[in-house]
Design a protein around this ligand. Structure first.
Ligand SMILES: C[S@@+](CC[C@H](N)C(=O)[O-])C[C@H]1O[C@@H](n2cnc3c(N)ncnc32)[C@H](O)[C@@H]1O
Length: 212
């Protein structure tokens, strides 16, 4: 992997500022309540499953409590989850102890840290990962994740762009994200307004698919 420069873990992520990295149980309880009320909480996993076949290697970047990855594993994907928040990972490990969960800061992510070579078929960053990173680490994280993909592999990221779709002030724009992707060797394939693949028409939430 190429050397990279830029800010790293010393900067506190916006997620950390928001939660103190202690909200794993509360986050899981919120989604469990949504699921009990009949709300679909598997849109992200379904979207990923439409992109790559079962058995594909998937990196869940900012996996949190494993909400997306556990579903993908149930569907037959070969998944690895990375996140830096111990409280979120504790829930993931409790819910799916047999799956590989790693406590890693995405600004420092390298596949070698997992004991595996690069070559993921899909990287998924669901749940506002990019707007929740530490300020000015976004390009570094894109570069790190892009390097984990095999040539032809896909990166999918869904995040809010305005205050109505984010728990923190809006930061990264789509054109900035596309620029970071281009610098990391990723080309935009498609963009949607939702994880149900509704067409993107300039709204406050986007799901972007880039290919290495
Ligand atoms: C809203 S949660 C989304 C969790 C999960 N992807 C989901 O959709 O349910 C955002 C996650 O991003 C993670 N995160 C933020 N900055 C990170 C960083 N620099 N390295 C690793 N994880 C990070 C947080 O720890 C948190 O678990």
């Amino acid at each position: 992997m190429e050397a990279h420069s830029g800010p790293t873990v010393d900067l506190m992520s916006r997620w950390n500022e928001l939660t103190g990295e202690t909200s794993g149980n509360e986050y899981a309880a919120r989604f469990a309540a949504l699921a009990r009320s009949g709300k679909d909480v598997h849109g992200e996993a379904r979207f990923c499953a439409a992109l790559v076949p079962a058995g594909a290697r998937v990196l869940d970047a900012g996996c949190g409590t494993g909400r997306v990855m556990i579903r993908l594993a149930e569907l037959g994907y070969d998944c690895v989850g990375v996140d830096r928040d111990a409280s979120m990972l504790a829930v993931a490990r409790e819910q799916a102890p047999g799956l590989p969960w790693y406590q890693v800061d995405l600004t420092e992510f390298e596949p070698d840290l997992l004991g595996s070579a690069a070559g993921f078929d899909l990287v998924v960053a669901a749940g506002n990962i990019f707007p929740l990173l530490a300020e000015s680490t976004e390009a570094t994280v894109v570069e790190r994740l892009a390097a984990a993909l095999r040539p032809g592999g896909l990166m999918v990221a869904g995040f809010g762009l305005d205050a109505a779709h984010l728990p923190v002030p809006p930061s990264i724009t789509l054109s900035e994200y596309d620029d970071y992707c281009a610098a990391a060797g990723l080309a935009l394939v498609d963009r949607f307004a939702t994880w149900d693949a509704d067409p993107y028409e300039g709204g406050g939430y986007a799901v972007s698919v880039h290919r290495r």
